[in-house]
Design a binder for this molecule. Structure first.
Ligand code: AMP
Length: 215
């Protein structure tokens, strides 16, 4: 199954990606995660990406397309994948289509997680991530049982550097300007499926699964 989770920052792509990846036994591939790992490792690519990420801007298309090309060639992606945070603009979507057409393995569908704009800010400012297992919490909406510690592995929770109000506003604007045109792009390809990104994690995963099952 080859799919994309589309949605604004804070719409729940990462959370749903983890659940659906486990349920379907295919990897969730997040360019944000790949870039954060490169920044943490201090690699040349990480150094190039860091300033754009800190500002809430998009990292250059060349960098992210290169990352995706490499990641999709790995063994675990051959049975399918869930892309999260990629593509982020029309040129990236076109590059992905081209790459997959060459392989004769086009995308089967795109699921848009639809969340009202006003809700996104609260989700993003409250987001906390486990530094050990990557589980995602929200101090307002879905807090961990013990403050600052993960329910699954007791790892310490941290706030992403780009989850501060100034950067969030910019990321939401970038989504409006550059990423939301992908809704039309995939609609025109008859690949877009929209679900409400509101409710419990399980309910949303169930709605997404009904669509995934048809791919
Ligand atoms: P995310 O974890 O998806 O919210 O991504 C965090 C940050 O990584 C974004 O604000 C961008 O700076 C960068 N990023 C992630 N995915 C992409 C992409 N497909 N294209 C450009 N920049 C990206």
């Amino acid at each position: 199954m080859r799919t994309v989770l589309l949605g604004a920052p804070g719409s729940g792509k990462g959370t749903q990606g983890v659940v659906l990846s486990k349920n379907y036994g295919i990897p969730q591939i997040s360019t944000g995660d790949l870039l954060r790992a490169a920044v943490s490792a201090g690699s040349e690519l990480g150094k190039q990406a860091k300033s754009a990420m800190d500002a809430g801007a998009l990292v250059s298309d060349d960098i992210v397309i290169g990352l995706i090309r490499e990641r999709l060639s790995e063994a675990d992606a051959q049975a399918g994948y869930i892309l999260d945070g990629f593509p982020r603009n029309i040129p990236q979507a076109e590059a992905l289509d081209e790459m997959l057409t060459e392989l004769g393995q086009p995308l089967q569908g795109v699921v848009l997680l639809d969340v009202a704009f006003e809700e996104l800010m609260q989700r993003l400012t409250g987001r906390r991530t486990c530094q050990d297992c990557g589980a995602i919490y929200n101090i307002h909406l879905s807090p961990s049982k013990v403050e600052d510690h993960c329910d699954n592995c007791n790892g310490e929770l941290f706030q992403r550097a780009d989850d501060n109000e100034d950067t969030i506003s910019h990321r939401l604007k970038v989504y409006e300007d550059q990423t939301s045109p992908l809704i039309n792009y995939y609609q025109n390809q008859h690949k877009l499926h929209t679900i409400a990104g509101i409710g419990s994690v399980d309910d949303i995963a169930r709605a997404a699964s009904l669509i995934f099952d048809k791919f």
